[in-house]
Design a protein around this ligand. Structure first.
Ligand code: SF4
Length: 694
């Protein structure tokens, strides 16, 4: 693991070879988001009726009317903290902030009752930056949020996005009770949780019996908490036996996963935000950071404004965005020209002898192949292919290669592309060729979009993944997970057959291969590409269950069953930010009506399917404890992280092993004896020290 801005401790560093991107780095067509999907003509076949013993549901699906447009919200706007840590019940008052006097709580009168305001520490549910928030609640309502001064990511600041969270949480279209209907477009009727879950379990069981487990798919979301994400993967992959659990994160960062795995052998971003503070040159590609990751941008701007050692900011973007306008150098690349541009930069770096030959020899393999490819991309050719003036490419190459410490950062402009993985690998290669890795201020940092896209990767939340950065295609990884889950004879176990990625899932629903889809915390009827095809695919499905905090939505218009889910301040759980930082989101208020945390809904489904023992956690902390056990010895080892520790000490970056936790506890005991370490120092020291994790 590259430096976290602290001195390395005396721990042996493993020497690993970085596999450099070579032949596959060639520039390819880039048609933007959604390109490269297989387009099928509409299949006139109707879905076959299911064989549920529940007679009224034995039917083919007829066309459905479009949902009402007005008032529909696009999926869950906020889906991701109790003072009683790890508990799903709201707890007592938050402790006074360190170094501050406890403020006398305000009192609010509501419905004839007087209730005290209290503040609950949590995290922002909007983006992958992972800022800490303080949520003020009273009388069961979220009143306001503000930045958490003690959170190391944002230190009290926020962008504008979370300000409107109270109105989103208390919106009038919150789903509050399970609802089912007997025919498409028919009237909704309220049902009990038992009736809704039993009905869904019966339909799933009959579909699996008739068509096999691959006829069932789950489409989930980077808005889920890690605990929710873990449970859906365990149920679908381990017990039902379908690997078709894919996430809307597929659309935004699966290229980053594939890129890290191809270059470094494993997923997992290497630098942290602390490295932004230390860097001398930051190259941003395909990222309007100022608009989309404002708190990260504030740290980049601070580095750029350093009086003694200003950081050079290079922005590669076809548009002159706010970020580009603030850059020291803007490279207005043509769409699809990113890889030629980086190859041209590498060519100039090699030509001018600015590569770090010692680093390349000691820590990489494949450099000769990549160099042969770089030789074919003189700057003039790269300029012609990328649309960027050759002098600008030369300037960018020189600034990056001669910087004391340099980073590459990117987001959807690189990832959402048919050449997304190549763009990621090109940005890795730029760091490796110049030895910009494994020290403060250096390295390739992928910025994630959704609040818990990273946590989803850790629990195996894509069709090709298993928990702990394992791969569904690996017999050893399947065996390890099956063994850990102690599967009963009725469980199918992780299948060797690959699961369907999001866009292929739409095709499979369309052609009838997949009969049932369970959708959680996302609104694919508007967010997946080719909406008309998605709508038709959902119409053809035999069973559509939507688990969401809001109803109606464009997607619940196609549902047979809607299950009300708790939103982010209504349940406990964890999220992981772009820099591997895990933050506890405490439960602050009760969910509306009968809404439940997503993982509890899935646990009810598992029980109805006959697997209650394996899904009988008492609370989210227990779910989390089971998940982190699966990370033992893995790159993303989180075995030292518990809800209790996060609640007491604050957020922590992984890897954080049980040994790291013991070390942090020794520091805490020593501090208690000497009373000389403030909490923020303890918190920083509690984080994992520098190590090589790839
Ligand atoms: S930068 Fe992202 S995580 Fe931070 S306050 Fe804004 S939306 Fe929330």
């Amino acid at each position: 693991m590259p430096a976290q801005g602290r001195a390395a401790v005396g721990r042996p560093r493993r020497r690993r070879l970085r596999h450099l991107p070579a032949a596959q780095l060639a520039p390819g067509p880039d048609d933007g988001p959604g390109a490269g999907r297989r387009h099928r003509r509409a299949d006139p076949r109707r879905a076959r009726p299911g064989r549920s013993p529940l007679g009224p549901h034995r039917r083919g699906r007829r066309a459905r009317a479009r949902p009402r447009a007005a008032g529909h919200r696009r999926g869950r706007r906020a889906a991701v903290g109790p003072d009683r840590v790890g508990c799903d019940e709201p707890g007592g008052r938050e402790r006074a902030e360190p170094g501050r006097r406890a403020r006398r709580p305000a009192r609010r009168r509501r419905g004839g009752h007087v209730s005290e305001e209290r503040t609950v520490r949590t995290a922002c549910p909007y983006c992958g930056v992972g800022c800490g928030l303080k949520a003020t609640v009273a009388g069961g309502r979220l009143l306001r949020v503000e930045g958490d001064e003690d959170h190391p990511v944002n230190r009290g600041r926020t962008c504008a996005k979370p300000v409107a969270l109270p109105s989103a949480v208390h919106a009038r279209d919150r789903a509050t009770v399970p609802q089912r209907r007997d025919v498409p477009d028919g009237p909704w009727r309220d049902v009990s949780w038992d009736e809704g879950i039993d009905w869904a379990a019966g339909r799933l069981r009959s579909i699996v019996e008739e068509h096999g487990p691959e006829a069932v798919a789950f489409y989930v979301s980077g808005q889920l908490m890690t605990e929710d994400y873990y449970v859906v993967n365990k149920l679908a992959k381990g017990f039902i036996g379908t690997n078709s659990v894919d996430s809307n994160s597929r659309l935004c960062m699966s290229s980053a996963v594939a890129g890290y795995k191809a270059t470094f052998g494993s997923d997992g971003p290497l630098p942290s935000y602390d490295d932004l503070d230390e860097s001398d040159c930051i190259l941003l590609l395909g990222s309007n950071t100022a608009a989309c990751h404002p708190i990260v941008w504030s740290r980049i701007k601070a580095a750029q404004a350093r009086a003694d050692r200003p950081c050079q900011v290079i922005v590669v973007d076809p548009r002159r965005t706010v970020t580009a306008q603030a850059a020291d150098l803007h490279l207005p690349v043509l769409p699809g020209g990113d890889v030629p541009l980086v190859l041209g930069m590498l060519h100039a770096i090699v030509r001018d002898g600015l590569t770090d030959e010692r680093y390349l020899a000691d820590h990489t393999e494949g450099w000769d192949e990549l160099r042969a490819q770089v030789d074919e991309w003189p700057v003039e050719r790269a300029a012609a292919a990328s649309g960027v003036d050759a002098a600008l490419i030369e300037d960018a190459a020189r600034r990056f290669a001669t910087a004391g410490a340099a980073m590459t950062c990117w987001t959807m402009g690189a990832n959402q592309s048919t050449a997304g993985t190549d763009k990621n690998r090109a940005l890795h290669a730029l760091c490796l060729a110049t030895g910009q890795l494994g020290r403060p201020g250096a390295g390739p940092l992928s910025l994630t979009g959704q609040p818990n896209a990273m946590g989803g990767r850790e629990v195996g939340g894509l069709a090709n993944l298993l928990p702990g950065y394992r791969n569904a295609a690996s017999p050893e990884d399947r065996e390890a997970v099956n063994t850990f889950w102690r599967l009963p004879p009725t469980a199918a176990g992780v299948s060797e057959r690959p699961g369907l990625v999001a866009t292929d899932l739409v095709d499979a629903l369309h052609d009838g291969t997949v009969k049932a889809v369970w959708i959680m915390a996302t609104n694919p009827a508007v967010s997946l590409p080719d909406s008309a095809k998605v709508h038709e695919a959902l119409r053809r499905a035999e069973l559509v269950v939507v688990q969401d905090a809001y109803h109606p939505t464009e997607t619940t218009a196609f549902a047979d069953l809607v299950l009300p889910a708790a939103a982010w301040p209504e349940k406990a759980g964890t999220t992981t930010s772009s820099e591997r930082r895990v933050t506890l989101m405490r439960k602050a208020i009760d969910p509306p009506g009968e809404a439940l945390p997503d993982w509890r809904i899935l646990a009810r489904l598992a029980a109805a399917l006959g697997w209650e023992d394996a899904f009988s956690w008492p609370d989210a902390a227990a779910v989390h404890a089971e998940f982190v056990s699966l990370t033992a010895g893995r790159v993303c080892d989180q075995t030292g992280i518990t809800h209790g520790r996060l609640g007491r000490d604050g957020s922590v970056r992984w890897p954080f092993t049980t040994a790291d936790a013991e070390r942090a506890d020794r520091l805490r005991r020593r501090a208690a004896l000497t009373d000389d370490l403030p909490p923020e120092v303890l918190r920083a020291d509690a984080e994992a020290p520098e190590r090589a994790h790839h």
